[in-house]
Design a binder for this molecule. Sequence first.
Ligand code: 13P
Length: 247
Amino acid sequence: MKKFIAGNWKMNGSLAANEKLVHELLDRVGRPSCDVAVCVPCPYLSQLQSLLGDQRLIALGAQNVSQHESGAYTGDVSAAMLREFGVRYAIVGHSERRQHQAETDTNVAIKAKRALEAGITPIVCVGETQRERDEGLTDYIVRRQLAAVVHLVGPCISEIVLAYEPVWAIGTGKTATPEQAQQVHAILRKQLQAATEKAHTIRILYGGSMNASNAATLMTQPDIDGGLIGGASLKADDFLAIIGAAK
Ligand code: 13P
């Protein structure tokens, strides 16, 4: 399966910084052997659509999508709106949104469904906190988070990208070991196998302090099909090195 490296810029960037970063990426990315996307803040979608142009090496993604189709939802951005800006991927259920915006498993599942309906691939994030891991709840938490999406989207589950992002590894420099990550990815793969015959085609990304030095080893694991990269996706050298490691 072709690996997938997606950058999650989070709430970072400026018109000037984005332009510099995207030019560097496009100039130096060559012919990557993996799929690549950058998930940017909504106000920059138009800028990114124009910077990325017609090339097919780097795709455009968003970091969230409304669970509603249209109407009186101040501040929300619909899947159809994202689509108008050439958005191909939308992160849903990132732990930062589950935590700070109180998104529930059900909200996340509806968002995934809305994205799919608009022809956008949702990157569904699951992951446990440190406390949940310490209490031995990792499997239960990630399975519960994925189950909500499987339940709502049915056979379309084969169209998603899944990302395992242990909350304790995000932005902390504390990466899961390849074995720890693989163990959870295998559980998720098994759950997908129970839901669809196409489970082997669903990419399961790892996210959480993935960087140029640990990316290659993480991606040698059988069920790690790429990465969802936060901090390191904001620096061209680092992001390009991770793309290079995804063979
Ligand atoms: P970091 O790579 O900065 O740890 O962030 C990971 C992440 O949250 C990607 O969605």
